[in-house]
Write a protein that binds this ligand. Sequence first.
Ligand code: PEP
Length: 282
Amino acid sequence: MSFCLVGCRYSGRGCFTKLKANTSDPEPFIYMAKPMIAGNWKSYVTSTKEAKKLFKDIEKGLPRQLKADVVLFPPSLLLHPLARNYSGKRISFGAQDIFFESGAHTGETPALLAKDVGARYALIGHAEKRAQGETDETVAKKVGAALDAKLTPVVAFGESSRDKNGEYLEDLARSILESLALVDVLSLKKVILAYEPVWAIGAPLPPTGRTIRHTMIFIRKTLAQKFKREDALKVRILYGGAVNEESALEIIQNGETGGFLLGRASIHADSFTSIVSQWATK
Ligand code: PEP
């Protein structure tokens, strides 16, 4: 993957922003990485037949000139039936969750097994897992296990709500740094982040691109506390929460994200592929 830092105004394609303190309209840079458009099917899909049809429709609907990394996160039981029948390269698969060790852990999916049945990515720390009690410490162990298993971790985090004094930012920063506790400067480039404000997940509308952009800047500043600034600038950070075909373009243009993690929009082939096309063919 190559990166290019060039000053630009909001090109809407892979832009990110110089880390300046106390600025509401910071100067952006071009970030020449491919976007990643990921679909989290959650537990919406309930049969192999349904999953295969959705997968086939998505595959068919993708733009011919695909300039994005497209990743689907089906329920773990569907990874094998989908991945074993797919020899193409345009779509990759990920596990919706993994566990950090094998052994006596009923119901869990060890990272190595997810890898063995066809996953290349592992979604870790999704808000719905955190709502069931998953802590940043557990997220950190799972990130470490994913890296050991040669899975690319997609580490999700986001504030539950916002207060007008911005105090939520402190918790957000702590959550990011604790979730990445076992990530060093060498493994940082193998990690993808997904900023998903809990209040936007499942909501009718996402925040504006401008709101997302400001949080993206904050996230990069937080990363720069632990890693070098250049490394912090290179991390791919997705946005997730209520993105659909109507709202996608404004976020693509103004959000300075490295792609999307889509929930509901990923279980409708037309919506998903439309969002991929809006971004990837620009
Ligand atoms: C999610 O849960 O990760 C998500 C982005 O959901 P939705 O797009 O449905 O808001």
